[in-house]
Design a protein around this ligand. Sequence first.
Ligand code: MLT
Length: 408
Amino acid sequence: MLTRNEGFENLTAGYLFPEVAKRRREYQQVHPDAKIISLGIGNTTEPITPHIAKAMSDYIQKLTTKEGYSGYGDEQGLSALRKKIAEVLYKDMATEDEVFISDGAKCDIARIQTLFGRNSKIAVQDPAYPVYVDGSVIVGAAGKASPDGGYEGVTYLPCTAENDFFPDLSVIKPDTLIYFCSPNNPTGVASTREQLAKLVDYALKNGCIIIYDSAYYSFIRNASLPRTIYEIPGARKCAIEINSFSKLAGFTGIRLGWSVVPSELTYSDGVSVKQDWNRVMTTLFNGASNIAQQGGLAALDDEGIKETTALVNYYLDNAKLMQKTLTSSNFSGAGVKVYYTGDSPYLWVYFPGWKSWDIFDKILNECNVVTTPGSGFGPSGEGYVRFSCFGHRSDVEEACRRLQGLKL
Ligand code: MLT
């Protein structure tokens, strides 16, 4: 008999979003007439915009012809798309050969762990997108669960209201893989240039590599905030960036993302990380959908940028409505604190005296609104709930109306 990968035995909880979905399903079974609105998982709701949709549908038509058909493409992605991402989004900060197209940021985050293996040390912001820790547990790098609720091999970097959601870096051991997300999921906070410069400086001095998740960069509206880690001098020597068309263009179902691995980035023995990433992408991955890649190309031309900016603005307007509701006297009178800066799709909300799952259940029961419990993102998320602004406007308005009636 084969033995089980012990990483699975080390996992202490199920994945967060299926657990949220399970509670929603159970509630719906008992209350079949309830019209539940989701402000939970960050799943886009608005249609694919016309210019981008046309590019994909034209390409599908081409695929139906002998001349236009194509099968497997380069595993690293269409050269035209790699080039376009490098030129449009990174300007002179990354080159085409450093951009790798994928089926999304979550998959890249999981695959990237094969580069560093089970002996790597891990540091994560706390709270953090659960894939960083759960993925590290599965590959064996996080070790066993520790009695305090975390994992032995993971350094947790509390990001709290007290430190403006930017962690104390000095606790990170040398030679650590640091997962860092900005604008952050779930706190919604986008790090400043000065903060990211500190992070890069720390990584360079201590032999660390940063996995920089910038899947929400398109929500940044404050022009002084960096939209990529490569705006920070030195980042090309210590950071991999992972990104996605999911939230940018509504591709959560279509699936398309990319990573950037700079040529200068090396392991301790001087071997190129990009060389191994190329090996991973060509061996464990067979290229993103060619249809999706045509959509990606269209999303980055002038018309596409106009459309995606309007799409993201729509969600940001939802967030403003939610911010208004959650800061109204019903909430502020009960001491509820809303953290939201306008550069992210997530509002991070503290309910004093409540455990995250209890306030999640209360909001589901009383308002029929699904949120995401903060404790599911890490120990420092306890007491918080994350509200996502992805939703049809009418649903968000209705959710806000119901939330006004929440008895706190
Ligand atoms: C979230 O809700 O945190 C994310 O949207 C989920 C994901 O992107 O996998």
